[in-house]
Design a protein around this ligand. Structure first.
Ligand SMILES: Cc1ncc(COP(=O)(O)O)c(C=O)c1O
Length: 260
C-alpha cells in the first residue's frame, strides 16, 4: 500500500497500530521505548501494560529530536516520520538518517508508525523509513485512516530478528486476527477498488478545507469517513470541537461518499 518492499513472510496482520505496539514491546522484553512528545495518546499505557516503560523525546519544527536518543537507555523509538502526529511536520532528512545510525550503533529498534501515509496531498510524500534500514525498522500501517478505525485492521513488516517473538507473543494473546476483514481488504486490493477509493478520497480530502484549523496548521489525523458515525468516530458524539478548529461533519452537508 505504501511501496514498502516486504517479503510476505515478514508481514504480520494486527488490530491496527495500537495492537502492534503491544507484541512489539513484549518481544523486546521490558524495553524503554522512546516516544515522540507530543504524540498519540495512550501509547505509554499500552507500553506499560506490556511491561515496558517510556522516555519522552521532544518534537520541534523539523520533527522528533532524534539526536537526544544517543546515550539513553532506550531500546526502541516509536516515530511518525512521514507526518508527525499531532504537529504534522515531516521528519527532516538529517534526523531521518540519524535514526538508522542510532539503531545500528545501539542495537535499537525503530517503530515506524505510518498511520496516514496514503493521504499525502499537502506536500511531497517521503519514502518509508523502513527502506533505509529494513533490519532495524518495524514498519506499521493501518486501515484506520483509509477505511475506518472500527475495522481494527493493520499490519507490521518486521525485521527477521523480531519475527518469531512477535508472532508467538501475538498468537499467545489473540490466536490470530479475524480472517473476514483481511479477505475483504485483499479482494479490494486485488480488484483495484482500493486504489480507486484512495484516489477519490485523496481528491475529496484535498478539497475538504473545513478540516483546516483556522491558524492554518494541518489537522493531522482528522480524516472524515462516511460509515455510520457511531462506529467510525473516536470523538465522543457529544464533544464540542476545539475552540481553534472547525470540525468537518463525518457526513458533510452536500457531499457524497467516495465510491470505488
Ligand atoms: C499517530 C497515530 N498512529 C496510529 C493511528 C491509528 O491507530 P490504529 O491503527 O490503532 O487505529 C492513529 C489514528 O488515529 C494516529 O493518529
Amino acid at each position: 500500500m505504501r511501496a514498502v518492499a516486504a517479503d510476505p513472510e515478514r508481514l504480520v496482520i494486527c488490530a491496527g497500530f495500537t495492537q502492534a505496539l503491544s507484541p512489539l514491546t513484549r518481544a523486546l522484553g521490558a524495553p524503554v521505548m522512546a516516544l515522540e512528545d507530543p504524540g498519540l495518546a495512550d501509547r505509554d499505557r499500552t507500553i506499560a501494560t506490556a511491561g515496558g516503560s517510556h522516555l519522552p523525546i521532544p518534537v520541534d519544527a523539523i520533527g522528533a529530536r532524534t539526536g537526544l536518543l544517543t546515550g539513553t537507555s532506550a531500546s526502541a523509538m516509536v516515530v511518525t516520520p512521514a507526518h508527525q502526529f499531532p504537529l504534522g511536520v515531516t521528519l527532516a532528512p538529517s534526523r531521518r538518517s540519524e535514526l538508522p545510525s542510532w539503531a545500528a550503533e545501539s542495537g535499537g529498534l525503530i517503530i515506524e508508525d505510518d498511520y496516514d501515509a496514503e493521504f499525502r496531498y499537502d506536500r511531497q510524500p517521503v519514502g518509508a523509513l523502513r527502506g533505509l534500514a529494513p533490519e532495524h525498522v518495524a514498519y506499521t500501517g493501518t486501515a484506520s485512516k483509509t477505511l475506518a478505525p472500527a475495522l481494527r485492521l493493520g499490519w507490521m513488516v518486521l525485521p527477521c530478528a523480531l519475527l518469531d517473538a512477535v508472532v508467538q507473543t501475538k498468537h499467545d494473546r489473540d490466536l490470530g486476527s479475524p480472517a473476514l476483514e483481511q479477505l475483504t481488504l485483499a479482494r479490494l486490493i486485488d480488484s483495484g477498488a482500493y486504489e480507486r477509493h484512495l484516489r477519490r478520497a485523496r481528491r475529496h480530502y484535498s478539497h475538504a478545507t473545513a478540516l483546516q484549523p483556522r491558524d492554518g496548521t494541518t489537522a493531522s489525523g482528522a480524516t472524515p469517513c462516511w460509515l455510520p458515525c457511531a462506529i467510525t468516530s473516536r470523538r465522543p458524539r457529544s464533544a464540542a470541537p476545539p475552540p481553534d478548529c472547525t470540525w468537518s461533519s463525518p457526513c458533510p452537508a452536500g457531499s457524497t461518499p467516495p465510491r470505488s
